[in-house]
Design a protein around this ligand. Structure first.
Ligand code: ATP
Ligand code: MG
Length: 239
């Protein structure tokens, strides 16, 4: 994987699992049950991408597409202060977009190419969560084909942006606990693989004791197997 750059997660253990951090030219899926830390990691990465290269960032900006209304500027403020970034400029370096339904979510991504051309400092695109609107609007087996078709188009568009502009894309996907159990919905099925045939790295997050979380990489031949533990603290993602 030549020429990719890495963004630190804030946890050395998690960075190690990822081969150095979240990489550019790649889409990374964070999947796991509620409270497993997907949204907190997204906040942390939208701050960390702004760090200079020598501190594990890309000196870049982030686009944060929020579909569930769970983005909090206060978290950006706390996380940026904790790593010595000026909170106001850290907040200014995040393009926040609230997607109100799946069509809106897709339209936002349609328009990103224009935004990135105007502001090439954008080095990270986050879609948190990528699946919630699609699941709500196209429920059940009977809507599966159209849902999957729309979602695939959306995902491929994101992959293309990652490759064209050498940026990182992170998508989140809520998957209920017991991923061995089949819920009659392939996007919530074994392992929770939304991406299927879309290229990318899949990271499963699980709750552990207290503020500890467990991360595991699924299906990535070039990355080590195994699990790591990290923590979510007031200051953000840490070992
Ligand atoms: P969902 O699928 O419901 O969106 P998620 O995987 O996005 O869940 P997060 O919102 O990232 O989950 O994680 C929530 C958890 O993060 C909280 O339960 C808490 O443990 C931790 N957390 C959130 N804010 C703080 C904070 N300010 N200080 C410490 N820990 C926090
Ligand atoms: Mg969340």
């Amino acid at each position: 994987r030549i020429n990719t750059k890495k963004i630190t997660t804030g946890s050395q253990a998690l960075d190690g699992l990822l081969g150095g951090g979240i990489e550019t030219r790649t889409m990374t899926e964070l999947f796991g049950e509620f409270g497993s830390g997907k949204t907190q990691l997204c906040h942390q990465l939208s701050v960390n991408v702004q760090l200079p290269l020598e501190k594990g960032g890309l000196g870049g900006k982030a686009v944060y597409i929020d579909t569930e209304g769970t983005f909090r500027w206060e978290r950006i403020e706390a996380m940026s202060k904790a790593i010595g970034l000026e909170p106001d400029s850290a907040m200014n370096n995040i393009y926040y977009m609230r997607a109100i339904n799946s069509d809106h979510q897709m339209a936002i991504v349609d328009d990103l190419q224009e935004l990135i051309s105007k502001d090439p400092a954008i080095k990270l695109i986050i879609v948190d969560s990528v699946t919630s609107h699609f699941r709500a609007e196209f429920p059940g087996r009977e809507n599966l084909a159209v849902r999957q078709q729309k979602l695939n188009k959306h995902l491929h568009q994101l992959v293309r942006l990652a490759e064209m502009y050498d940026l990182a894309v992170i998508i989140t996907n809520q998957v209920m606990a017991r991923p061995d159990m089949f819920y009659g919905d392939p996007t919530v099925a074994v392992g929770g693989h939304t991406l299927y045939h879309v290229p990318g790295i899949r990271v499963q997050l699980k709750k552990s004791r207290g503020n500890k979380r467990i991360a595991r990489i699924v299906d990535a031949p070039h990355l080590p197997e195994g699990e790591v533990v990290f923590a979510i603290t007031e200051e953000g993602v840490r070992d």
